[in-house]
Design a protein around this ligand. Structure first.
Ligand SMILES: Cc1ncc(COP(=O)(O)O)c(C=O)c1O
Length: 388
């Protein structure tokens, strides 16, 4: 690397999350009162109330992870063996693996080439008499095409499930994502937009009956689901509870959410301004009805302009200290875990192409304008060396 590429912040990028004094105080307070479990303290209920209110959704059930949220969502909608669920081919594995947990079949639909979320036209093509639900993933913090997907679901009598694991704080038509589907799933894992202390998740729904059943399934299928324990188990349940410490951290983090998202939007605008005219680098597009929360800033490499791909360029960026990463290197229809699923593994040209062309840049609130400027300078320099 030439000296001209060596820039002040490279190799010194801050990590995410950054936990502050407020979170430490909140956790200490829980520990001091020994109300550690959802069953022994009010913290989980308090977190649920704040998260539900933020979205204007009536019921919120906090869970151990985003994966358990997708799992319980499918269980309470009655999805099981013989059923098919449409999932995007370009997303994190946990959007689809819970479909296998319930014995149903994930059917992978291609994504649209500009925002990398489900392509409604391809969803239509993959519907069968067995399709029961569509999982719309708001990837990288960009809302999926909810209106078109909801239209398809309404016409065909299907459930629309939102996977908002990467997108809390994003809006679609001026409404929070997570307030559209029959239920929506959230993750508060370590480096998500907000965290509940490393792991955590939640389901939001306006359906009181679904919410009550999710509460029961989270707690060993036990009734009542309140703190009183009769050890009466009416259905096959799980232990998917969130701890009081997680909830206390989450409540503090929810208070920071709007500020966090505002900084992410500002940094995204700065990156886009600096990268827009770099030949061969396609900056992320924002749909007209969308206000992303920018979990990741994802660039596409135009391989007709540059002699590189996501693997080579993200490796080169990492080598000079820019924490770039491929996004995602193996589409779900090519993952060994899903091998052998008929019909869903063929013909995903966009997801296949994106797996070679996308790389992500960090854009969390600890990233400063200096980091943004240095990332852009590094990308511009490395791209210039790779012009065809
Ligand atoms: C799109 C998506 N769905 C589901 C999950 C699962 O969430 P968790 O890691 O909390 O289980 C994640 C993230 O990890 C995700 O990015």
């Amino acid at each position: 690397v030439n000296d001209q590429h060596r820039i002040s912040t490279l190799g010194q990028f801050p990590t995410w999350p950054q936990i502050g004094a407020e979170e430490l105080t909140a956790v200490s307070a829980v520990l001091a009162t020994s109300t550690l479990s959802q069953l022994s303290g009010p913290h989980v209920e308090q977190f649920e109330a704040v998260l539900g209110d933020y979205h204007g959704v009536e019921h919120c059930v906090a869970l151990s992870s985003g994966t358990s949220a997708v799992h319980l969502g499918l269980v309470v909608l009655g999805i099981g063996p013989g059923d098919e669920v449409i999932v995007p081919s370009h997303t994190f594995v946990a959007s689809a693996s819970p479909v296998l947990y319930v014995g149903a079949r994930p059917v992978f639909a291609d994504v649209e080439p500009r925002h990398y979320c489900l392509d409604p036209a391809d969803v239509e093509r993959r519907l069968t008499a067995r399709t029961r639900a569509v999982i719309a993933v708001h990837l990288n913090g960009h809302p999926a095409e909810l209106e078109l997907l909801q239209g398809i679901c309404d016409r065909r009598g299907l459930w629309l499930i939102e996977d908002a694991a990467q997108a809390i704080g994003a809006q679609y038509m001026n409404r929070q994502v997570g307030s559209f589907g029959v239920l929506s799933c959230f993750s508060f894992w370590h480096d998500k937009i907000i965290t509940t202390g490393g792991e955590g998740g939640a389901i939001l729904t306006n359906d009181a009956n679904l919410a009550e059943r999710i509460r029961r399934l989270r707690h060993h299928g036990e009734e009542p689901t309140t703190r009183e324990r009769l050890y009466h188990h009416t259905v096959l349940g799980y232990n998917y509870r969130m701890t009081s410490m997680q909830a206390a951290i989450g409540t503090v983090q929810l208070g920071r959410l709007d500020d966090y998202v505002a900084i992410r939007r500002l940094r995204a605008r700065q990156l886009t301004d600096l990268l827009t005219d770099v030949p061969g680098i396609v900056v992320p597009d924002v749909a007209a009805h969308a206000l992303p929360s920018w979990w990741k800033y994802v660039c596409r490499i135009d391989r007709s302009v540059l002699r590189t791909d996501a693997d080579e360029l993200s490796t080169a960026l990492s080598a000079i200290g820019v924490p770039a990463a491929r996004r995602y290197p193996i589409p779900l229809h090519r993952q060994p875990v899903f091998r052998g699923l008929p019909a869903s593994t063929v013909d995903h040209p966009v997801a296949d192409r994106l797996s070679e062309e996308l790389f992500s840049l960090p854009i969390h609130p600890a990233i400063t304008p200096e980091h943004v400027a240095d990332m852009a300078t590094a990308i511009r320099a490395l791209a210039a060396e790779r012009i065809r």
